[in-house]
Write a protein that binds this ligand. Structure first.
Ligand code: 3PG
Length: 400
């Protein structure tokens, strides 16, 4: 954005596409990492005298207003972080947005309501998306793309709007892309990748690609049970993607062929019941070996032997990329696996990247010092798709 600023932006209406898709409990933001990450770009534009219009999505509303997904709490938090008032438009391109933007003085900031309250934002139909992008474009003179977490989405505000206005990449996107580029070029070895989270199917492309790059891949979280089931283990009532078992076996064979160490949990914490995340009542899980899981129980975290094993596999890493929690970290009885991986990254002398909404939020919610990691990405799906080598619509539109 420095070139854009050098061109003179005083009094110009600058539309900043941010990703303020933060976790909420009611209207309380439980992790404000994404707001803090984009705040410097907004502050820089405001300091240069721009009228800054910030826009984002939150959650997945169905193309119509839904108070559960209002961005109002994010406006308040952004104002606190910037140390200045951030006005809030109660719609995105309607009367409130038009009036709020018209009322902006130079250096002032406003946040529009959730972009996904408009069906045009996420529409697969180019004309419908284009029409919404036209309406957004009429609010602004310039566009800054800085919502890294959403650059893998071909959405109106991410992909179509920058085609309609002079545009630049914000500082957050520049940093994120700089780090991920490092992981796709020459990396310090051993390159260790830790993958967790619920579904194998979300990680297919990235595993394909990482098998060509990484030296070791450690698997945890919900997706590990599909791998274990593919190897013939009983996984009880754990998360299981039956249709992905074949793919898992292909990955294991490919890893062996390439000499990539592919490591699965050796023990897990199991229980007959999913824990209560609200009351956090004690769950009293049982530790079992992964080849002795009871048929009536569900795996909810990696076990103590696996924690030790993964810490050892991470100890000599030159580079680490970690995406996805190892268990249901939101409950204290199932947080130890995710904590152990976070701690192993902190103990490592290598370059450590935490990729992803969930794992990034997890390290902060679990109380780790975020500055002690090499980089914490604000993009979950976006960083995975970048590492898959895909063209990301939001980046392509900015390079255009
Ligand atoms: C994310 O949380 O990964 C981004 O904000 C994108 O959200 P989406 O998956 O709902 O498009």
């Amino acid at each position: 954005i420095d070139e854009l600023i050098d061109g003179g932006i005083e009094g110009k209406r600058v539309f900043v596409r941010a990703d303020l898709n933060v976790p909420l409990e009611g209207s309380t933001i439980t992790d404000d990492g994404r707001i803090r990450a984009v705040a410097p770009t907004i502050a820089k534009l405001a300091a240069a005298g721009a009228k800054v219009i910030v826009a984002s999505h939150l959650g997945r509303p169905k193309g119509a207003p839904d108070p559960k997904f209002s961005l109002a709490p994010a406006a308040t938090r952004l104002g606190e972080i910037l140390g200045k008032n951030v006005s809030f438009a109660t719609d995105t391109v309607g009367d409130s947005a038009k009036a709020t933007v018209a009322a902006l003085a130079n250096g002032e900031v406003t946040l529009l309501e959730n972009l996904r309250f408009n069906a045009g934002e996420t529409s697969k139909d180019d004309a419908e998306r284009g029409a919404f992008a036209d309406e957004l474009a009429s609010l602004a003179d310039l566009y800054v793309g800085d919502g890294f977490g959403a650059v893998h989405r071909k959405h109106a505000s991410v992909f179509d709007l920058p085609k309609r206005l002079p545009h630049a990449a914000g500082d957050l996107i520049a940093t994120e892309v700089g780090v991920l580029k490092k992981l796709t070029a020459e990396v310090q070895r051993p390159y260790v990748v830790v993958l967790g989270g619920a579904k194998v199917s979300d990680k297919l492309g990235v595993i394909d690609n990482l098998l060509k790059k990484a030296d070791r891949i450690l698997i945890g979280g919900g997706m590990s049970y599909t791998f274990l089931a593919a190897k013939g283990h009983e996984v009880g009532i754990s998360l299981l993607q039956e249709d992905q078992k074949g793919k898992c076996l292909e990955y294991l064979a490919e890893a062996e062929k390439r000499g990539v160490e592919f490591v699965l949990p050796v023990d897990v914490l199991v229980s007959a019941d999913f824990p209560d995340l609200k009351t956090k009542a004690p769950a009293n899980p049982e530790v079992v070996a992964t080849d002795a899981m009871p048929a009536d129980k569900e795996g909810l975290d990696i076990g103590p032997k696996t924690r030790e094993l993964y810490a050892a596999k991470l100890a000599d890493a030159g580079t680490v990329f970690w995406n996805g929690p190892m268990g249901v970290f939101e409950h204290p009885d199932y947080a130890n696996g995710t904590k152990a991986v976070a701690q192993a990254l902190l103990d490592s002398d290598g370059f450590t990247v935490v990729g992803g909404g969930d794992s990034a939020a997890a390290v902060r919610i679990l109380g780790f010092d975020e500055n002690a990691f090499g980089h914490i990405s604000t993009g979950g799906g976006a960083s995975l798709e970048y590492l898959e080598g895909k063209t990301l619509p939001g980046l392509a539109a900015l390079e255009d």
